[in-house]
Design a protein around this ligand. Structure first.
Ligand SMILES: *[C@@H]1O[C@H](CO)[C@@H](O)[C@H](O)[C@H]1NC(C)=O
Length: 468
């Protein structure tokens, strides 16, 4: 047991030092419309911590009928100087602008339809970058279904045109769905620096059973498929969502992954979408009701650490180990169910992704992390991701002094583990730290008349336990 743990540790440490990716990327999406949120949900470009991102992406701009960039919110971006403020705040990182995305990618079909539209769009990008002092562009064109063959040819031409204009001076990235048909991946790959794969929303509240939004094994398989299809490993970037998927359980006692749900969970105050909660919204819920929530980690989603470039160079010399730490986390409170990413799961995923040789991670998006530090230190998830990339095999988040939770019940759980009930030795509490300083509290009883001994965590005869 000790020996095994030792071997596992040395492998982790070793892999930690032999980084498979030089300068892994942490690409952080900031979305302009959160400027208009109110209260603690409001986020401005000044809330972006430029020390935690290698690339900061300002999302999203649209495309006008004449194939030029159309500012999504001209008043905010130009009159209030949001774009200037964003690029001024880039620190040592790069400021990129995202064009397209979920609701604004409609114009791409037109852009790639003629050579003259391609030229116009390329020029429009060049003038945007110099006007607002940005370092590059992310094209988020994710057509539903498939690229037609003319869209594919046009897209390749567009990327080639932008690359020619950019030279090595600017960064060119694209965002793609997990599965894309009709795209010539190898042709696209030669022109771009970044291929960000949307490895999220694998499961969500549109389904009638609860599930993990971005299971690690699926994320890695998706990335491997892009690699097989012709994308360069270091250009491929996986996405880690900073929000969770929520459901209402059909039966509060059936809460395993796959359990039946009656519908999406209720919306949070800031994201305002059924079936979805930002990490920050969820941590506030747990803070308000710390004894109500139980946390679980999914043991089926395990990390595979032996895919390093080193292994490729010496395939017979290495043995494969599976890290027994879980990479997915979910929580239950009565009929409320959520799967999400915390610092531990996001750190593990980041490690797994980059150890395999992929170029880094994208986070979607900053406004969902605890950017204000409402539940502890600021940006706990993004910090854990950075920590995982700093060749440190220990990825659990650091613990700041806990912020005071509401005191509607005397708090038994002040650290992780099994704690005897202070009032009645027959009971004990299973305490799990869900957020820094915030614990879930599962009150359990010993069998019969037995009482709980904290020393070894066992239930015993009363006379054997001092103080009971
Ligand atoms: C941009 O920065 C300027 C100067 O600090 C400030 O006056 C302005 O309000 C900022 N704009 C936004 C949208 O935050």
């Amino acid at each position: 047991m000790f020996r095994q743990a030792f071997i596992l540790c040395s492998i982790l440490v070793c892999f930690g030092q032999i980084n498979c990716v030089l300068n892994p990327k942490v690409i952080c999406y900031y979305e302009d419309w959160f400027y208009w949120r109110t209260g603690d949900g409001k986020m401005t470009v000044h809330d972006v911590d430029n020390t935690l991102c290698t690339h900061m992406v300002y999302g999203y701009q649209g495309i006008d009928r004449d194939s030029t960039i159309k500012l999504a919110d001209e008043y905010l971006m130009k009159t209030l100087h949001d774009l200037d403020n964003f690029s001024k705040n880039k620190g040592k990182g790069q400021a990129l602008v995202a064009i397209g995305g979920w609701s604004l990618s409609g114009g791409f079909t037109q852009v790639v339809s003629t050579d003259s539209d391609i030229r116009t769009f390329t020029n429009s990008i060049m003038s945007f970058l110099s006007t607002y002092n940005f370092d590059g562009v992310m094209l988020d064109w994710t057509p539903k279904g498939a690229f037609t063959s003319s869209e594919n040819d046009g897209f390749v031409k567009l990327l080639s045109s932008i690359r020619t204009a950019f030279g090595a001076k600017y960064t060119l990235g694209i965002t793609v769905s997990p599965v894309v048909t009709g795209l010539s991946v190898d042709r696209v790959d030669q022109y771009v620096d970044i291929i960000a794969v949307q490895t999220y929303d694998m499961h969500g509240s549109w389904e009638k059973q609860v599930g993990i939004g971005d299971p690690a094994t699926w994320t890695l398989e998706t990335m491997r498929q892009w690699y097989k299809d012709g994308a360069s490993m270091t250009k491929l970037i996986a996405t880690i969502p900073l929000y969770g998927h929520t459901w209402i359980l059909a039966d509060p006692n059936k809460y395993d992954i796959g359990a039946e749900a009656t519908g999406p969970g209720k919306q949070g105050p800031w994201s305002q979408q059924d079936g979805k909660l930002g990490y920050n919204e969820f941590c506030m819920e747990v803070k308000a009701d710390p004894t109500g929530w139980k946390q679980f980690r999914d043991e089926r989603e395990m990390a595979v650490y032996a895919f390093c470039m080193e292994v490729k160079a010496d395939p017979t010399g290495w043995k494969q180990f599976r890290d027994e730490r879980e990479m997915a986390v979910y929580a239950v409170n009565g009929r409320n169910w959520i799967s999400y990413e915390d610092g531990v799961s996001a750190g593990l995923k980041t490690t797994a992704i980059t150890k395999e040789g992929f170029g880094g991670v994208v986070v979607q998006a900053l406004e969902n992390d605890d950017f204000k530090g409402l539940c502890g230190e600021k940006y706990p998830v993004l910090k854990a991701i950075n920590k995982a990339l700093n060749k440190d095999p220990v990825v659990s988040p650091t613990h700041p002094p806990p912020t005071a939770a509401p005191t509607h019940a005397p708090q038994v759980c002040t650290h992780e583990g099994l704690i005897r009930d202070p009032k009645d030795c027959h009971y004990y509490h299973k305490c799990v730290e869900m957020f820094p300083g915030i614990y879930s509290d599962d009150k359990l009883a010993c069998d019969g008349v037995l009482v709980f001994d904290e020393k070894d965590g066992k239930c015993k005869e009363r006379q054997l336990v001092p103080g009971c």
